[in-house]
Design a protein around this ligand. Structure first.
Ligand code: SAM
Length: 274
């Protein structure tokens, strides 16, 4: 019988965040695949776990992935860890999961620390709908194109960012989204100097003109205000009002709602809907 790949989340700063289930998966695995064995060995020493380690990272993921898959196919159990957080979220774990999925190997994800979700939760921005954008390209043009494609995105957006790229990214975000757009800059999450700055992109640019960015960042950017459906004619807006009334809304409430989304004056719409 084939083995199982366990995705084992590791702390993004605070060692106390490793869960008993994550520890058990590490203890019970036949071997551990690690993004950087030097980083993972420190955690394993701290947990007093001794297991054979194989390296699995961006630059060896094809040959190493094949080797791991072969061992899984012969019935071994592998625990995958990355440098920090949940494997497969903006790290090469994604490719190993795909390989296993394509080969019918069971993949079990143990829930745990993830910088994106931790930052979103404390951002103070809407969490109901969000989009994860990961790292922006280091290439200026690709970065700008990526941001331009998000200009009208209404969901809250999550980005990972390195400190040395932060200022350029904020400049490009100001161009794409406007300096007034709200942003939450979360750094050093779960660590001693954890910080969540909540400001506008313009204020962030001014702040980091004075202060040097330090630590790893998650940027949470507010979505665009919902665009008014201004292109609709008055007749189409009236149809929307009637449709809402058929759903049970009063004329007054239906007019209020449609006038807001379509950007037409309430009184004119009310008269037209009579
Ligand atoms: N798989 C990881 C996860 O679940 O969060 C993310 C891996 S990605 C290679 C690393 C990026 O996550 C960093 O560049 C940073 O943007 C973010 N990150 C990781 N730890 C963080 C922390 N303690 N505080 C803020 N951001 C962090």
């Amino acid at each position: 019988m084939a083995g199982t790949l366990y995705l084992v989340p590791t702390p993004i700063g605070n060692l106390g965040d490793i869960s008993p289930r994550a520890i058990r998966a590490l203890e019970e695995a036949d071997f551990i695949a690690a993004e950087d064995t030097r980083v993972s060995i420190k955690l394993l020493n701290h947990l007093d776990i001794k297991k054979p380690l194989v390296s699995y990272h961006e630059h060896n993921k094809v040959p190493s992935g094949k080797g791991i898959l072969q061992r899984l196919e012969t019935g071994e159990t592998c625990a995958l860890v990355t440098d920090a957080g949940t494997p497969a979220i903006s790290d090469p774990g994604e490719d190993l999961v795909r390989l296993c999925a394509d080969s019918g190997i069971t993949v079990v994800a143990i829930p745990g620390p993830c910088a994106a979700i931790t930052a979103l939760a404390i951002s103070g921005l809407p969490t109901g709908r969000f989009t994860f954008e990961g790292f922006l390209s280091v290439n200026k043009r690709s970065r700008q194109e990526h941001l331009a494609s998000l200009k009208d995105e209404t969901r809250t957006m999550i980005f990972y960012e390195a400190p040395h790229k932060l200022k350029n990214t904020l400049e490009d975000m100001a161009d794409a989204f406007g300096a007034d757009r709200k942003i939450s800059l979360c750094r050093e999450l779960t660590k001693l100097h954890e910080e969540a700055l909540r400001m506008t992109i313009g204020e962030a640019l001014a702040y980091y003109g004075e202060v040097n960015p330090r630590g790893e960042y998650v940027l949470i950017v507010a979505g665009a205000e919902r665009q008014a459906e201004a292109q609709l004619s008055m007749e189409e807006c009236v149809e929307k009002v009637h449709a809402l009334m058929e759903e049970g809304l009063s004329r007054k409430d239906a007019v209020k709602q449609v006038s807001k989304t379509c950007g037409v004056p309430k009184n004119a719409l009310y008269d037209a809907a009579l």
